[in-house]
Ligand binder design. Structure first.
Ligand code: FAD
Ligand code: MLT
Ligand code: ZN
Length: 457
């Protein structure tokens, strides 16, 4: 019997069947999807993960990999059948090695992102992927969703940091690709298939990631601007003046900050406006603060910014970042929302915002727009708070049709999960969908890995 064999292989405590104990693993972070698992298993080693996969394949049972369960596309939770195994990587959380010269960190999938960040910092290095969920999100999850976050503008998505992966395939085969090489062109670069695959192609059990020099100075500024157009003019002028030391350029609507004030009592240090930009720059060279101050003065004198403040201390920088990082939770407290994690070509951002806002006002009256996000990457979280009875799908369609008209993407960083399976079919070509199915079928011919997520076989 499968449960007995799992207990024999992993130990009693590594196989959770009690409904109360299973519950946290069965609901997504937004509590909009509630599944029911056969059991939750917590392997400690790659070999144990391989055993779970072999036993599941033997009994034709599907497996849902789970990291920190902070995903925004409900990709890590089981369906309601009570037949799926949730495979939690939480117990595989070792940091195996940090190389400050070769600038790499080798880490197991269940290591919490913040733990890995802190370990790199302790060696004068920086693991640059950073997001508000970093205190819970795990390395396996950020690789499997190709997480973005606030530093993509300078350091790219998680994909740009992955040098090597160890994965376990649907039949239990372990593939060790944990190489610490900057350059490796020997055959297909298969690791990139698993980055962003959301648990549908294999289980990520460990990763080798690039780390960067830890910058000696970091300067954080909050500015108010009159429009999204002005925000892009500000982005250009800041890049003209500061070059490539800008890590983050976050756009925040006045309404987003109203929600953060309402639910957490956190207030912006400058007068409220329609839009705010949170900018962060870092460098190890002297004079960064003066350079940012000069660029800010140029923006204020040139009219691309209305007002602005540079954090005087790390504490004030954290207060400014808290305004940004608490938006998601504030939105959850405010009520039901339709989330849109979309990207368009950066110059198209103002037009997209204007057209999508207009569409909401005319076709979905009573909705409220909570727009914020990573404007420097062309990625905005166009999150729509819904009045009673408003259909989510209708709003998704409204927004995504405008994204498609700008040749954008319906998922910039959160992935498809189970939320956006139908949307992906609508907005990707038949050829791309068939190629994706081909890849999925070749790696998981029996459809046992995270079925119902991303793309149906
Ligand atoms: P989970 O939610 O556990 O899983 C995510 C997906 O990956 C699922 O499909 C799961 O099956 C799969 N998976 C997990 N671990 C493995 C593994 N080891 N092997 C194979 N598949 C696996 N995301 C961003 O990109 N940018 C942001 O700025 C951002 N901000 C956020 C802010 C908040 C407050 C919250 C709650 C979430 C935010 N997210 C953001 C979303 C989320 O944190 C990321 O998607 C993150 O990468 C998920 O990591 P996780 O470990 O929680 O993964
Ligand atoms: C963020 O950037 O804060 C996240 O991606 C979360 C969200 O979309 O709410
Ligand atoms: Zn985001």
């Amino acid at each position: 019997m499968l449960l007995d064999d799992l207990r024999t292989a992993l130990g009693e405590t590594a196989v959770v069947t009690n409904p109360d104990d299973r519950q946290p693993y069965e609901r997504d972070w937004r509590h909009t999807v509630k599944g029911r698992a056969l059991c939750v298993v917590k392997p400690r080693t790659t070999a144990e993960v391989a055993t779970v996969m072999r036993l599941a394949a033997r009994d034709n049972v599907s497996v849902v990999p789970q990291g920190g369960n902070t995903g925004m596309a409900a990709g890590a939770v089981p369906d309601g059948s009570g037949t799926q195994i949730v495979l939690s990587l939480s117990r595989m959380n070792a940091i195996r090695h940090i190389d400050p010269v070769g600038m790499t960190i080798e880490v197991e999938a269940g290591c919490i992102l913040k733990t890995a960040q802190d370990a790199a910092e302790a060696q004068g290095r920086m693991l640059p992927v950073s997001l508000a969920a970093e205190g819970s999100a795990q390395i396996g999850g950020i690789v499997s969703t190709n997480a973005g976050g606030i530093n993509v503008l300078r350091y790219g998505m998680t994909r740009q940091l992955v040098l090597g992966l160890e994965v376990v395939l649907a039949d239990g085969t372990v593939v060790d690709g944990l190489r610490h090489l900057r350059k490796d062109n020997a055959g297909y670069d298969w690791k990139h298939l698993f980055v962003g695959s959301e648990g549908t192609l294999g289980i990520v059990t460990a990763a080798v990631l690039r780390i960067m020099p830890r910058p000696k100075s970091v300067v954080t500024a909050l500015l108010s601007v009159g429009s999204a157009e002005q925000a892009l003019l500000l982005l250009k002028s800041m890049q003209d003046e500061l070059g490539d030391v800008i890590n983050a350029f976050e756009l925040i609507s006045g309404f987003s900050l109203e929600l953060v004030d309402k639910h957490f009592g956190l207030k912006a240090p400058i007068d409220a406006g329609d839009w705010f930009v949170l900018l962060e720059a870092s460098s190890s060279l002297p004079g960064l603060r003066d350079a940012v101050e000069g660029a800010l003065m140029t923006a204020l004198e040139g009219g691309t910014a209305i007002d602005g403040v540079i954090a005087e201390s790390q504490a004030q920088a954290q207060q400014i970042w808290a305004l940004r990082e608490r938006i998601t939770e504030a939105e959850l407290k405010e009520g039901r929302s339709a989330k849109h994690d979309v990207s368009v070509p950066i110059p198209a951002l103002p037009a997209f915002l204007a057209e999508a806002r207009e569409a909401l006002e005319t076709k979905a009256p009573g909705t409220r727009l909570n727009a914020f996000g990573h404007a420097g990457d062309g990625n905005v979280h166009f999150n729509v708070l819904l009045p009673e009875g408003q259909d989510v799908g209708e709003v998704n369609r409204l927004v995504h049709d405008i994204v498609a008209a700008h040749r954008g993407s319906i998922s910039a960083e959160h992935g498809i999960g189970s939320y956006r399976v139908a949307e992906l079919v609508r907005y990707r070509s038949a050829e791309e969908l068939e190629l994706s199915r081909l890849i999925r079928r070749s790696l998981d011919p029996r459809g046992l890995l995270n079925p119902g997520k991303v793309i149906l076989p």
